[in-house]
Design a binder for this molecule. Structure first.
Ligand code: UD2
Ligand code: MN
Length: 551
């Protein structure tokens, strides 16, 4: 009986000890995968403990969130998409804050950052933003950033019609508020607003955000770390997707970077396969030719040194190309950091007006970027966007002076080193006749060639006398001029074009046409004889070919 009691006591003791351990373990376990708030445990580990004791969220404590949100809510029967191009009803339903899934790769959570990271000024420009999305942007920053990293949040109201939108400001000592002055900024837009915000920033690092974002767990530390290590880096997070219909928070792919086509249309594209293969650490930064534009961190003196933004760009669009080209070509770099995630509501249309129309504004802004930064490559922009030709874009003298002063590299360098994957379009084929004396080079039969009297003028020239000189090929429709062997005296004939075929490669040498591999020149020998290649003597009449463009 005694023995049974002793056993029971032993079992109870063990159960009690185990229970205590379980309780303690539960308590110290990191919070679930949901990014609820920047955990104080991780802040202490990273040395941001000083201010961490304050619950950031409580800094909006006296703010009457309910009445702020309900004052501008949808009325029954209103189209929830009309005003903001997203479902306002769903956004309002979520209120000022919510938990979101931590979408980072699991290895990100184990990374450490310097204890003495500098703080940042967060700049949010907005025009007629919905109250609930704006509030969630601000509160997510307060909830999920180490307090010591936030110097301030600068809200810039770009002429919104709701003049009470900034109420939140008076309830949080971190938030400052600016409203643009119509006299100084007659027709504003996000570019001038950001410059205005940046000029009033007091921290050494700038962080730009759109006004409908939700930042995710530990979003700020990776970006500030990279900029602290090298102030010429401009860094972006992976931008997760907040559904414009139901506001679900969706993880974006971690294999994407920013790219564009020649019309200067931004697109997300896969990281080139060689780079993907070389990535064995998913937490490593991704080099990107351009950034999407809205969410990035940049050293303030570097931002100022590089000329901030082109403030002659209006309303929206194009500034991300201008900034990206400038950063790369003037000595910096752009990267996306996979361990930093920020959600953004991507919309299908602009919910605001462009005084000069959406298309014209985009043309003006991108034309400025192309004219200042793209050198001879701007021709491809104009071919892809013919409507841009002749459209007004203002003076670019200041920006060209800036480019010279900063001693920036040519766009060719950018193409070769930063974005070699962007294919240069085939040069537009220009037809010419190839004249020798009074005669013209023409094709005969299936593969023969010879000189003959030039026939027709302009558009009435016969096909057999029309040539397209697209280095290294000399082509007539699908056939190209080719040597039959690499020795002097070998016949020249026509065969199906192939840019890789060494027998078809030619280049101009004075008035002569030299075969690139053999070094010999196209020679008619006698006006009636066959065409051959022979030692180059460009001064000889039989080797002189004068292209005349057919108009
Ligand atoms: C993307 C960028 C955006 C900007 C734009 C190109 C992201 C997530 N977003 O477009 O930041 O780079 O490409 O220009 O990369 N706004 C003003 N005044 C205006 C118009 C807009 O303050 O006259 C604000 C607007 O409230 C928002 C921000 O500027 O906070 C960006 O505008 P958007 O959200 O309409 O642009 P988005 O995300 O389609
Ligand atoms: Mn946006």
């Amino acid at each position: 009986m005694r023995r049974i009691r002793a056993n029971a006591i032993a079992i109870l003791t063990v159960a009690w000890i185990l229970g205590t351990f379980y309780y303690l373990w539960q308590d110290s376990k990191p919070q679930s995968a949901a990014a609820s708030s920047s955990s104080s445990a991780s802040q202490t580990r990273r040395g941001h403990g000083q201010k961490a004791a304050q619950n950031q969220n409580q800094q909006l404590g006296s703010f009457d969130e309910k009445s702020y949100l309900s004052a501008k809510q949808l009325k029954p029967g209103d189209d929830p998409y009309r005003e903001h191009a997203f479902n306002l009803q769903e956004s309002d339903r979520l209120g000022g804050e919510r938990a979101i899934r931590d979408t980072r790769h699991y290895r990100c959570a184990a990374l450490n950052y310097d204890a003495d990271l500098p703080s940042t000024s967060i700049i949010i420009t907005f025009h007629n933003e919905a109250r609930s999305t704006l509030l969630r942007t601000i509160k997510s920053v307060l909830m999920r950033s180490p307090p010591s990293l936030i110097q301030e949040i600068i809200l810039i109201d770009d002429f919104s019609s709701d003049r009470e939108q900034h109420q939140v400001q008076s309830h949080c000592r971190y938030v400052t508020f600016l409203r643009l002055n119509r006299l100084v900024f007659p027709a504003s837009g996000l570019i001038r607003s950001r410059v205005r915000g940046a000029s009033s920033a007091s921290a050494s690092i700038l962080t730009f955000l759109d006004s409908h974002c939700e930042v995710n767990a530990d979003w700020l530390q990776p970006m500030i770390q990279r900029v602290k290590e090298d102030h010429t880096r401009v860094v972006s997070p992976i931008i997760d997707v907040i559904s414009l219909d139901n506001f679900a928070y969706l993880a974006a792919s971690a294999d994407l970077r920013g790219g564009f086509d020649w019309s200067l249309h931004f697109k997300w594209e896969q990281i080139p396969i060689e780079q993907k293969m070389a990535r064995n650490d998913p937490t490593q930064p991704i080099r990107t030719p351009v950034i999407a534009g809205g969410i990035f961190v940049m050293d303030k003196s570097w931002f100022n040194h590089l000329g901030q933004y082109d403030t002659h760009m209006d309303i929206w669009g194009g500034e991300n190309f201008e900034l990206s080209f400038r950063v790369w070509m003037c000595g910096g770099s752009l990267e996306i950091l996979p361990c930093s995630r920020v959600g953004h509501v991507f919309r299908k249309r602009h919910p605001y007006d462009f005084p000069e129309g959406n298309a014209l504004t985009y043309i003006k802004n991108t034309r400025r970027a192309a004219e200042v930064w793209m050198d001879e490559y701007k021709q491809y922009y104009y071919s892809a966007r013919p409507s841009a030709q002749g459209k007004a874009f203002g003076s670019i003298t200041d920006r060209l002076t800036l480019r010279r002063k900063l001693n920036c590299k040519p766009f060719r360098w950018y193409m070769e080193n930063v974005y070699p994957e962007l294919r240069v379009p085939e040069q537009e084929a220009v037809s010419s006749v190839l004249k020798q004396g009074g005669l013209c080079l023409e094709t005969r039969g299936t593969d023969g060639l010879g000189l003959a009297e030039c026939r027709g003028i302009g558009g009435s020239r016969p096909q057999s006398q029309r040539w397209e000189l697209i280095e290294p090929l000399i082509r007539q429709q699908d056939l190209c001029l080719a040597i039959s062997a690499f020795t002097a005296g070998s016949k020249v004939k026509m065969e199906p074009c192939n840019t890789k075929e060494p027998r078809q490669k030619w280049k101009p040498k004075g008035p002569a046409l030299q075969h690139m591999v053999s070094g010999l020149c196209l020679d008619s020998q006698t006006p009636t004889g066959p065409l051959v290649i022979s030692q180059c003597r460009p001064q000889m009449a039989s080797q002189s070919w004068e292209p005349q463009i057919i108009t």
